[in-house]
Design a protein around this ligand. Structure first.
Ligand code: GLU
Length: 416
């Protein structure tokens, strides 16, 4: 049974509230969202027919600053999923001490079925529908599953046309030519890399000797697989929506990336040394580090017993359910939680936003140095609580993130 992601997000709040002895009113307050906008997006398709899509933008909390979070295009998108993802963004920004809140958006669509023109129309109409609840001081979207820099450019243009001036700060993850930041593309992968490197150091392991399995080969999975491959790690298995590839001697990640960057599927890559595997087989592959970097609800009560790794590095948002979390903790498998592990993306989004506001742009060394400093500081904070309290790393991360939000609500009070 798949857990509803928002129920999962609320359950995670309950777990940390109990651990912290959090006030019951605050706990209730944290489990609701500030606002959700549901819009319908009518599009005249290339063949002249009318299709109507449904889209969402949710603000979970703006108590520490404007909402921040990605926008995903996927046929599975629904309101509860977006509510959960917005909630997780609140904790992620708080854990990294970014002065931003939690938001998320999505459109229920399979973008692979649309032409470029249809995709542009869909993006522009959606932006117009949500225009009153986005903006540099309100809520700043960014790329997520199946969205990219071009889509951010269309959002920026649509918003700017309505305002009568260029407003680059309305989105992050834009192309560099129109106010994007260097290092934003690789940011989530870089963040994962800094975090796992530190974790190995804490556990007295050498990162380059670890064997790796990565689920997902998009912006997050592709970058982390490539960074670990360059470091010398053996990447035993990877997957995309077409299926997985396994090689006990390690996969040639550079060649596979070249292949998928041409829009081709992993299953069609011809190399007799590689074996085709299913998603279930991939997750059950024996390895040191498993990186789920696809979607939520991948490691659940149903398959947790098959997991055969020592560390789970969450590249995706919400890949592990609370029930699976509990069992993994009992088995001594470390789970480096999404709100810490994959926070590099939003961290460099914050840098992009700051650069846009100041109209002053940094170089790649500065981006990566500041990213490393911020994410490692958050890691050390989490590790300290984990050691002191003997709780899962997720609970430790939530204790920090949730207390900052609770404190902000306390200081600001409830209006009126
Ligand atoms: N979609 C990314 C995430 O889930 C990045 C969000 C952002 O940069 O605002 O963290």
């Amino acid at each position: 049974m798949d857990l509803n992601p928002f129920e999962m997000a609320k359950k995670q709040i309950d777990i940390v509230a109990e651990e912290m002895g959090l006030d019951a009113n605050i706990t209730r307050y944290l489990k609701r969202i500030e606002r959700a906008l549901i819009v319908s997006i009518p599009i005249i398709m290339d063949d002249g027919s009318l299709q109507i899509f449904e889209g969402y933008r949710v603000h979970h909390s703006t108590v520490r600053g404007p909402g921040k979070g990605g926008l995903r295009f996927s046929p599975d998108v629904n309101l509860d999923e977006i509510k959960a993802l917005a909630t997780w963004m609140t904790w992620k920004c708080s854990l990294l001490k970014l002065p931003l809140g939690g938001a998320k958006g999505g459109i229920c669509v399979n973008p692979r079925e649309l032409s470029r023109k249809e995709l542009e129309k869909l993006t522009r109409r959606f932006t117009t529908e949500i225009i009153n609840i986005i903006g540099p001081d309100i809520d700043i979207p960014a790329p997520d599953v199946n969205t990219n820099a071009q889509i951010m450019a269309w959002i920026m243009d649509t918003y700017s046309m309505q305002k009568g001036r260029a407003v680059p700060g309305v989105v992050t993850g834009k192309p560099i030519e129109i106010g994007g930041s260097v290092g934003r593309n690789s940011a989530t992968g870089m963040g994962l890399y800094f975090v796992i490197d530190k974790m190995c150091e804490k556990l007295n392991k050498k990162l380059e000797t670890q064997s790796i399995v990565v689920q997902g080969f998009g912006n997050v999975g592709g970058w982390i697989a490539s960074l670990l491959y360059e470091r010398g790690c053996k990447i035993l298995a990877i997957s995309d929506i077409s299926g997985g590839l396994y090689n006990s001697e390690g996969l040639e990640i550079d060649k596979l990336l070249e292949w998928t960057q041409q829009g081709k599927y992993l299953k069609d890559y011809k190399d007799d040394r590689n074996k085709l595997i299913t998603n279930a087989e991939l997750l059950a592959t024996e390895c040191d580090i498993l990186v789920p970097a696809a979607l939520e609800n991948q490691i659940t009560r149903e398959n947790v017993e098959d997991i055969n790794c020592k560390i789970i590095l969450e590249g995706a948002n919400g890949p592990t359910t609370p029930e699976a979390d509990r069992i993994l903790f009992e088995k001594g498998i470390h789970v480096i939680p999404d709100i810490l592990a994959n926070a590099g993306g939003v961290c460099v989004s914050y840098f992009e936003y700051v650069q846009d506001i100041q109209s002053y742009f940094w170089d790649l060394d500065r981006i990566n140095e500041e990213l490393k400093r911020i994410i490692i500081e958050a890691f050390e904070d989490v590790f300290k609580i984990y050691k002191e309290r003997n709780v899962p790393l997720r609970t430790a991360a939530y204790i920090i993130a949730v207390s900052r939000i609770a404190r902000a609500y306390d200081l600001r009070g409830i209006f009126p």
